[in-house]
Design a protein around this ligand. Structure first.
Ligand SMILES: Nc1ncnc2c1ncn2[C@@H]1O[C@H](COP(=O)(O)OP(=O)(O)OP(=O)(O)O)[C@@H](O)[C@H]1O
Length: 296
């Protein structure tokens, strides 16, 4: 027992001793670490990494006990296996790690500074009121007759990777077109439709499924796919349930179930306003540049 307390004193208490001086950079570091640990815990909680974490905690406890009791051979063995174990974890959790990195990239506050390539695209953006009306009308009409649908409204993050999994459509979005696409027993009804600005770009697209364990277990793959794409992009996905006729939408990894037409319209108007802000900023930048040039 004494060996155990000695070990704790040397390895834990001395490590936790407060520093002699605290500088601003130390506080910044603590805040950054807290932010990353918080997001790591959230990620672990919401994915299958939670089961793995329990296994890892068990192994860590075993290593501590082996260290305390001076089990040299076991400590040596575990030490040598650790590199292989880390590599194995990276391989096993490759999809989850990829998703986290994608999310980080998409949330990166610096990304807006490097979005020049998008600027020319912003100029073409016209997510119109007409498109919003057609989306809302079609979704609730399909809901009334219990036609399942999955409509991804692209925003800043390009969804070409997912578009390629489907059949190209590239047509002006109308309610009738959407209703036609999702009509039962037609070639395009399965999978998701991807909408860019005012156009339906592709149908029958395959989306990544969310592994969020907090999602209602009664919800099937259509809803999981809607949430999945909203976890890896800034899109808004409208989901019409074939079972209940409810219309839901997924955004930023959250599912808003059984919304009303006005709630959906309001949300679509919100993202439309963001487009317009980008568009106005782009126009203003261009005008300033032209004025500067002519003044020179
Ligand atoms: N990964 C995916 N990407 C795109 N579409 C998908 C994906 N997975 C399922 N779907 C669509 O969802 C349909 C199956 O829906 P399912 O019944 O499993 O889901 P649900 O969430 O219970 O929806 P509903 O309430 O409409 O039954 C598939 O036929 C397909 O059209």
């Amino acid at each position: 027992m004494e060996a155990f307390w000695n070990w704790i004193r040397i390895h834990v208490v001395s490590w936790l001793a407060p520093p002699k001086t605290i500088e601003i950079i130390d506080i910044v570091q603590v805040l950054l670490i807290a932010y990353f640990v918080y997001h790591l815990i959230l990620w672990v909680k919401n994915t299958r990494a939670y089961t793995l974490l329990k296994g890892i905690l068990f192994i860590v406890a075993f290593v501590v006990v082996a260290n305390v009791l001076n089990m040299d051979v076991i400590v040596w063995l575990l030490g040598n296996l650790s590199v292989a174990a880390i590599t194995a974890v990276v391989i096993i959790f490759q999809p989850e790690l990829r998703k986290v990195l994608e999310q980080m990239g998409h949330k990166n506050p610096l990304s807006s500074l490097f979005s020049l390539s998008r600027v020319s695209e912003v100029a073409n953006m016209r997510f119109s009121d007409q498109t919003i009306n057609e989306l809302v009308r079609a979704s609730f009409e399909m809901g009334e007759v219990k036609t399942g649908a999955l409509i991804v409204v692209e925003r800043e993050v390009r969804l070409e990777e997912y578009e390629k999994t489907g059949i190209p459509v590239d047509a002006i979005l109308t309610g009738q077109l959407l209703i036609n696409i999702f009509e039962h027993n037609t070639p395009l009804h399965d999978g998701a439709v991807i909408v860019r600005n005012n156009r339906v770009m592709a149908a029958t697209c395959y989306l990544p499924l969310s592994d969020n364990m907090e999602l209602n277990k009664k919800l099937g793959t259509r809803h999981r796919a809607g949430v999945g794409i909203s976890e890896v992009s800034d899109s808004l996905t409208i989901i019409v349930s074939e079972e209940t006729g409810n219309v839901s939408y997924a955004m930023e990894g959250e599912l808003h179930t059984a919304v009303t037409p006005s709630e959906l319209r309001e949300q679509l108007h919100k993202i439309q306003k963001l487009y317009q802000m980008d568009y106005t900023r782009f126009r203003r930048k261009g005008r300033d540049k032209r004025e500067n040039k002519s003044a020179q």
